[in-house]
Design a protein around this ligand. Structure first.
Ligand SMILES: [Mg+2]
Length: 189
């Protein structure tokens, strides 16, 4: 019993790395691209971001991993099962039902926001949580925790996950990620 408590505490000391799905880890499109797709799902052709599997396996050594997408719940759960290396266990896989819709009057539509305070109930601390997203408007309430990356649209020379992994390794032991400047992270690799 005592041993479990200690190992749970230790687990929680790793930083939680929450990853967006679409345009961050994969690109899904109904229009086939010139390159080979990785697999099909419903009406979508799915393209994995270059180095996706290596990235997940490497990051799994240093972080607790999770996925949070604003897409439909079934789609997200199914796609994650299809791309996940078997040795990885995500802390959670969250989708639209965990997002908070906010009316954007300029765009005249709802933006499904990811509000990080929701993870506190799961026992995670904001000081030890990062969220990676290509859509700043979806994580605008999480300024101190967010790392913004370039969207992936199928470009096979995309190197974003390698760059991101280099940056993340420099901050993996931080006691408070909110104190780290994350804008312009590419310049600090
Ligand atoms: Mg995205």
């Amino acid at each position: 019993m005592q041993k479990n408590v200690i190992s749970n505490l230790k687990e929680k000391e790793k930083i939680l790395l929450i990853l967006d799905l679409d345009e961050t880890l994969i690109h899904a499109t109904e229009t086939k691209l010139e390159i080979n797709y990785d697999f099909q799902y419903a009406q979508y052709y799915i393209y994995k971001r270059p180095n996706l599997i290596e990235f997940l396996i490497e990051m799994n050594q240093y972080f607790e991993l999770a996925v949070w997408s604003s897409a439909d719940d079934k789609y997200v759960n199914d796609i994650v099962k299809l791309i996940k290396p078997p040795e990885i266990k995500f802390e959670f896989v969250w989708a639209r039902s965990r997002c908070t819709p906010r009316r954007n009057y300029e765009l005249d539509r709802y933006v499904h926001e990811k509000r990080l305070k929701k993870i506190k109930k799961q026992g995670f601390r904001l000081e030890k949580s990062l969220i990676v997203d290509d859509s700043p408007e979806k994580t605008r309430d999480n300024f101190g925790n967010a790392i913004y990356i370039m969207p992936f649209k199928g470009n096979q020379s995309d190197n974003e996950l390698n760059l991101l992994s280099e940056f993340l390794k420099t901050i993996k032991d931080s006691e408070n990620v909110r104190r780290i400047e994350k804008r312009g992270w590419r310049n600090r690799i």
